[in-house]
Design a protein around this ligand. Sequence first.
Ligand SMILES: [Zn+2]
Length: 385
Amino acid sequence: MDVVSTSRRDGDHRPERPPGTLRIGQIAGVDVLVRASWFIVAALIAIMLAPRINLVAPGLGGLVYVAGVAFAILLYLSVLLHEISHALMAKSFGFEVRSVTLHFLGGVTEIEGESDTAWREFWISVVGPITSLAVAAAAWGVALVTPPGLLLFAFEALAYANLVVGVLNLLPGLPLDGGHVLRALVWGVTGNALRATVVAAWGGRVLAVLALSYPYLISAVWGQRATLYDYAIALIIAFFLWTAASASLATVKVRRKLPSLQARGLARRAVSVPEDLPLAEAVRRAREEHAGGIVVLDRRDGSPSGVVEEAAVAATPQERQPWVSVGSLARHLDEGNTLQVGLAGEDLVRAMQDSPAPAYVLIEPDGSVYGVLDATDVDRAFAEA
Ligand SMILES: [Zn+2]
């Protein structure tokens, strides 16, 4: 019963509910989702367990599969407990938790944003495996006082499965909980969150290679013949670990590039003009000052109210430009389209994501216009960084 659980904390914006996902309810304000792939695994568990159930409870006939499915549900309820413990710990630190999803390899908790301290990361991660180990202990305790039969088998299997889930998830490599724990520890000791991610992600890659060698270990250490099932599981887990660890390494690359993005350095010089000025005159002034942008000022208070985009200028025939006011061509600035020129790195990217626009007006702390920030310039700078 190989079940892994991961907690995504990358804060990226994925759709609320991916296709093939069923919402089964809500716990403490967190959506509980089930992937369609889970049903296949529930059926597989039922089929795999059927011979064992036949041994402990003979004469069930076709009901062995019902018992098998019931056990699969029980198992995933314990995985759900594991995930909910992550969710509740994250919520207690004030994080938004979007959903808990059960899928064929276990579960995933979607937490909005990243842990801001190593300490929080540690607790949000470690509580999951602790919960699984606690469930294992409780199930084992109940098994001790349960008479032989189907129920005893169920409690013993539940204890064993949760022990495996708890221990496996403590392995020190991303995306496993143990990887987050390792990341929190390295982060806490070195004070460098990015380096901590690199260490934990490489831990994940090492685990992926170890997972791949698991069928060989079976034959070499235990002297048993590895089955096709062992190879398949090893391959799936290795692939899962390797891709997720690699994705973590990729985010580090992005993070390292981010600080080089400075709004001030990427700004295009802009001329500020009143909104009733003819376009032809505004274009002439912009050329004269070698400016790459035209900012339109509000007639009443002189604050930036719009940006004239190059495309809009190009789309206006030359002979009409003296007769059109810049104000009529300008794209109105929404709230959030005016940014402080001192913004850089993640703050800059977040500000742009919060109010997407093709161009932003950059202002000095005193409110004067510094220039125009074109979104394509930021994209290009990031690609070249
Ligand atoms: Zn977990």
